[in-house]
Design a binder for this molecule. Structure first.
Ligand code: HEC
Length: 100
């Protein structure tokens, strides 16, 4: 195997999907992709326009399916969702966990 290929494969390893419902992964995704506009944890977003995730999680009748679907669509000023279906699932699980 060529060294460059071996290195690229090694770099890809941490990206392989882990458990089906990974709250920690969801939190990291949220901090990376959503914290700019939504309150994710304790940090205040740079542009404070969108509703905090805790408020979203507290919405009556909100289901994981609704969240996952929403997350896979482009929303607000985010032109392209950077999320895979598995990412959206972890993220939805994380958001919902804030309301429980
Ligand atoms: C560029 C700013 C911005 C980013 C980044 C962003 N959002 Fe949003 N989001 C908004 C705005 C503004 C709204 C309200 C308007 C709308 O629904 O499009 C919103 C609405 C939502 C809603 C619906 C809230 C409700 O009350 O129904 C959810 C869920 C949501 N965002 C999740 C996310 C997640 C998860 C991420 C990260 C992957 C994210 N957002 C990233 C700006 C953003």
């Amino acid at each position: 195997m060529r060294p460059l290929l071996a290195i690229s494969l090694l770099l890809l390893l941490p990206l392989t999907p882990a458990a089906a419902d990974d709250l920690d992964h969801g939190r990291r995704l949220a901090e990376r992709w959503c914290a700019e506009c939504h309150v994710v944890g304790a940090e205040t977003p740079r542009f404070r326009r969108a509703r905090p995730f805790m408020a979203i999680a507290a919405k009556e009748g909100l289901t994981r399916e609704m969240l996952v679907k929403f997350l896979l669509l482009p929303h607000a000023t985010m032109a392209n969702s950077p999320l895979s279906a598995a990412d959206a699932n972890d993220l939805a699980g994380y958001i919902l966990s804030l309301g429980r």
